[in-house]
Write a protein that binds this ligand. Structure first.
Ligand SMILES: *[C@@H]1O[C@H](CO)[C@@H](O)[C@H](O)[C@H]1NC(C)=O
Ligand SMILES: *[C@@H]1O[C@H](CO)[C@@H](O)[C@H](O)[C@H]1NC(C)=O
Ligand SMILES: *[C@@H]1O[C@H](CO)[C@@H](O)[C@H](O)[C@H]1NC(C)=O
Length: 268
């Protein structure tokens, strides 16, 4: 290009420059590598988020005293099977709750998150007030699930292992996240049975502790969001939902995340 004019002089000037350049570059690389290894950014996996959840590190704490899954189920059944409560749920509570749930579902319909043609599931639906509300607003293909069935609206099922095939639903609702002994399974099963692009709406309590039947306590939305590995948050808003104060809406992603980062043990 600009010929051999400075060919003999250039190396003299360039050598010390290049030397110091590469020296500072390698120091920079060494520095970056060192600071990386000093403060590694952990890649969250189902296992670590569950461990963090169990340890209360992420603002989600599993309650102590539930020594086995059987003890947990027994405790849940004690409330769900209580004949006095079941009667109240089906009589005095029924209309009031159906109306409030219907208002929530109508609001979701207006936001385009639910439609009359959605296949909808309510998780932990007890006697089925949410299902009645879904049907009342026009979502006719809706069903509830609980440990104790309540025909015809609610079928038997444990949310830690839903009795439905993959990608069964367009929409899933639940206000019993606090009852999950294994929150990562609760969420994993929702993501499994939701179709890609499907919507999950959870009502949770952030500001106050739920009842003695709760299996976990949630102190912020963040640990819940971390559990939804295949979904993104559509919105978080305050609600007044029978003691639950926060509505979190997720949408399952259309394209699955990099499977390498997902701990396969987390799914069962
Ligand atoms: C459930 O209720 C039964 C009978 O009322 C009682 O004996 C049992 O201890 C209760 N179980 C739990 C886990 O609370
Ligand atoms: C959905 O169903 C309800 C109840 O049947 C009806 O009033 C409403 O018009 C329907 N909405 C649409 C968009 O079709
Ligand atoms: C269902 O989904 C789970 C987890 O998302 C996956 O591991 C499993 O292979 C799927 N089953 C079928 C039959 O596609």
């Amino acid at each position: 290009m600009n010929g051999g004019v400075s060919n003999s002089k250039l190396p003299l000037l360039l050598k010390p420059f290049l030397l110091s350049f590469f020296l500072s570059l390698s120091i920079l690389i060494l520095f970056l590598a060192a600071s990386r290894s000093l403060s590694p950014t952990p890649i969250p996996s189902l296992a670590t988020s569950a461990a963090a959840a169990a340890a209360g590190g992420g603002g989600l704490r599993i309650r102590k005293g539930l020594h086995s899954y059987d003890a947990y189920i027994q405790l849940q059944l004690n409330k769900t099977l209580n004949p006095k409560l079941r009667k109240l749920w089906k009589t005095r509570d029924w209309d009031r709750k159906v109306r409030v749930f219907a208002a929530f579902f109508r609001a979701l319909t207006r936001r385009g998150l639910l439609s009359n043609s959605s296949r909808a599931l309510s998780i932990g639906a007890r006697v089925g007030q949410e299902v009645e509300a879904l049907r009342r607003v026009g979502v006719s293909d809706s069903i509830g699930m609980d440990l104790v069935p309540s025909p015809p609206l609610v079928v038997r099922g444990d949310f830690h292992a839903q009795p439905f095939p993959n990608a069964s639903f367009d929409f899933e609702f639940s206000n019993v996240f606090d009852h999950a002994l294994y929150p990562e399974k609760f969420v994993g099963e929702i993501e499994r049975t939701l179709r890609p692009g499907g919507v999950c709406v959870l009502h949770v309590s952030i500001s106050k502790r739920a009842d003695k039947y709760s299996a976990n306590d949630l102190y912020s939305v963040a640990p819940l969001v971390a559990l939804f590995r295949e979904s993104e948050v559509v919105g978080v808003r305050r609600v007044d939902g029978f003691g639950l104060d926060t509505e979190v809406v997720f949408r399952k992603k259309m394209i699955r995340k990099n499977k390498k980062k997902i701990n396969p043990k987390g799914t069962d």
